[in-house]
Design a protein around this ligand. Structure first.
Ligand SMILES: NC(=O)c1ccc[n+]([C@@H]2O[C@H](COP(=O)([O-])OP(=O)(O)OC[C@H]3O[C@@H](n4cnc5c(N)ncnc54)[C@H](O)[C@@H]3O)[C@@H](O)[C@H]2O)c1
Length: 175
């Protein structure tokens, strides 16, 4: 069965690729607002090459406009075709990925179980589980063994310089 790519929009500030020996490339999912945005800011402040992805296209555009050194892709992290589009944009621009911050996640429905709609349950699983798998799988396939962060590890990135945080995560992963 033919598969059509979902529409997506790449937002880049300056275009082109960085020197392979240049700054560490970091991908942050759900990076246009909230905790993801703070993580993106922290890595940018260290001079890292930051690419964000977010389902909110206007927020991606606003972030890249206000952070000219960053780039971003509007994408639903739970859509595997759109996740591929994120990696296409990132690899075209930076050629490699060193750190994946699997930040995206939603709280999901808060109701008695008998009142939760199956589609709300499915959407929560898709974002909180499937998306993590899609990004980690692509990152490992194209970039060897990048550092992957999630949840409380991501929160630590707010308090630690990115490199130290990455090294700590590497040690935690036995690398
Ligand atoms: N905020 C908290 O108190 C808290 C506590 C513990 C863990 N967390 C976790 O930390 C992470 C970030 O939390 P937050 O409060 O900044 O989140 P948030 O709800 O503010 O969302 C951050 C960003 O994710 C984007 N997003 C949502 N669904 C998306 C999708 N399907 N694809 C791509 N982007 C999507 C949103 O547009 C938003 O820009 C989440 O995984 C959350 O579960 C948050």
């Amino acid at each position: 069965m033919a598969c059509r790519a979902q529409p997506r929009r790449a937002v880049t500030a300056t275009g082109g690729s960085l020197d392979p020996d240049g700054p560490m490339a970091v991908l942050i999912t759900g990076g246009a607002t909230g905790i993801g945005r703070a993580i993106a800011d922290a890595f940018l402040a260290e001079g890292r090459a930051v690419h964000i992805c977010d389902i909110d296209g206007a927020a991606v555009e606003a972030y890249v406009d206000s952070h000219p050194k960053a780039s971003g892709t509007q994408a639903d992290a739970a859509n595997i075709v759109q996740v591929d589009g994120v990696f296409d944009d990132l690899l075209t621009r930076y050629g490699a990925l060193d750190v994946l911050v699997n930040n995206v996640g939603i709280a999901g429905p808060t109701a008695a179980v008998e009142d939760i709609e199956p589609e709300d349950w499915d959407r929560t699983i898709a974002i909180d589980l499937n998306a993590q798998f899609y990004f980690t799988r692509r990152a490992c396939r194209c970039c060897g063994r990048p550092v992957a962060a999630r949840s409380s590890t991501s929160l630590r990135a707010l308090r630690l310089p990115g490199v130290r945080c990455a090294r700590r995560m590497s040690r935690a992963n036995g690398r």
